[in-house]
Design a protein around this ligand. Structure first.
Ligand SMILES: Nc1nc2c(ncn2[C@@H]2O[C@H](COP(=O)(O)OP(=O)(O)OP(=O)(O)O)[C@@H](O)[C@H]2O)c(=O)[nH]1
Length: 364
């Protein structure tokens, strides 16, 4: 077995390139217990010390989960404890094959685009779901040999919106003027970091309604947050990596489930099957974010509770800067058990993530 997955991102090479300045103060954890929404009401449950579905003091009295925006905190990766993740020395090569507009069922937004990526390490179709009109793939839009305007539109390398009879991938003069008049109206939206979620495939949680984990709910919550007007203004991206079962594949994950039913937790089950507790890597995600123009000092706001992911996604030379972390609080905790995945299985799963995998859903 290789020491790390083929598309693991590079090891922490010496940093010589210009690096973003990190906040001077270190904030170790997010503050579940002190968040108040704009109306002053407490919107998140009190400090949580266990993954049990501890309800807020008065369940259901906060801002409905459907309207709530993400709360983020600055991240200082240098302050994080533990050894740095093993990373490869160079990022993989990625290439966006095609992009198409997807009108989502979860929100009334015009500009959600699914991007299919290819890479030089595996044959899987890794995905980027892009919210907002301003985040564009460099590799998709770059001219290709023999390119025609029709081919560019077919692969999704066009500006604005397709309509029957359109003949050019570029905007017409009138459309351009309309768009330019909109640019710069909200300078804040161009300085604020876009919201990003790096999601790993979970067929059971996303497609067959499994209550063993909260993966399906997390995917939907990420899309909901990115669809909020204030986040659409900055743009958002869900990178969907084909790393089923924390990288062990669906067949092995099902065996792990049987081992869990035999009394082991999610980490023990992986180890009993002779897999690492977590066999994933994030080099492809870093490379895809760079292709989408999300590298550099503007940074990103990363939706995660997983400390390894924060460091790994930044890449070997901090090509991507995780400026802030946004917690993924289980919906059942947010709503006092009114909504979200619930039950003994998911409670055990979340408990193991906190206790054995260091996920940051514990109290300060
Ligand atoms: N091997 C294994 N994989 C699982 C199990 N439950 C969920 N997964 C996989 O775990 C991955 C999701 O990881 P999570 O631990 O939920 O979340 P994370 O990405 O590490 O961290 P967050 O960003 O905080 O959500 C997906 O690939 C799932 O298929 C399990 O019991 N065993």
């Amino acid at each position: 077995m290789p020491e790390f997955a083929a598309h693991a991102s590079p090891s922490s090479a010496p940093v010589s390139s210009p690096r973003p300045q990190y906040p001077s103060h270190a904030i170790s954890d997010f503050e579940l217990s002190s968040e108040h929404d704009h109306d002053g009401s407490e919107t998140l449950p009190p400090t949580i010390t266990s993954p049990a579905f501890t309800p807020p003091a008065t369940p259901g009295t906060g801002t409905p989960a459907l309207e709530r925006d993400a709360k983020s905190i600055p991240v200082d990766p240098q302050s994080q404890e533990g050894p740095p993740p093993r990373l490869l020395e160079t990022l993989p090569e990625v290439f966006c094959e095609a992009r198409a507009r997807i009108p989502p069922t979860i929100a009334k937004i015009e500009t959600m685009f699914l991007h299919v990526y290819r890479n030089n390490l595996d044959n899987k179709e890794h995905l980027a779901i892009v919210f907002g009109p301003d985040i564009r793939s460099e590799s998709l839009n770059a001219p290709r040999p023999g390119d025609t305007e029709h081919q560019r539109m077919i692969r999704g390398a066009y500006e604005g919106r397709l309509y029957p009879g359109r003949t050019t991938s570029k905007l017409s003069r009138v459309e351009q003027i309309q768009q330019e008049s909109g640019v710069g109206r909200n300078p804040e939206s161009h300085s604020k970091a876009p919201l990003v979620r790096i999601h790993s495939e979970c067929y059971t949680g996303e497609s067959v309604w499994s209550a063993r984990c909260d993966c399906g709910e997390q995917l939907e919550e990420a899309a909901r947050l990115m669809s909020l007007p204030q986040n659409m203004a900055t743009g958002g991206v869900i990178i969907y990596l084909r790393q089923e079962g924390r990288g062990i594949g669906l067949g092995e994950k099902l065996k792990a489930y049987n081992l869990q039913d035999l009394g082991n937790d999610t980490v023990e089950a992986n180890l009993l099957l002779r897999h690492p507790a977590d066999a994933r890597s994030y080099g492809l995600a870093t490379a895809m974010l760079l292709d989408l123009g999300l590298g550099g000092e503007r940074g990103i706001r990363l939706l995660t509770n997983n400390p390894d992911k924060i460091r790994a996604v930044e890449g070997p030379n901090r090509e991507v800067f995780v400026k802030e972390r946004v917690a993924m609080v289980p919906l059942a905790w947010q709503t006092g058990g009114k909504r979200g995945v619930q039950g003994e299985d998911v409670e055990k799963y979340l408990s193991t993530k906190i206790m054995a995998m260091g996920h940051m859903l514990s109290s300060r």
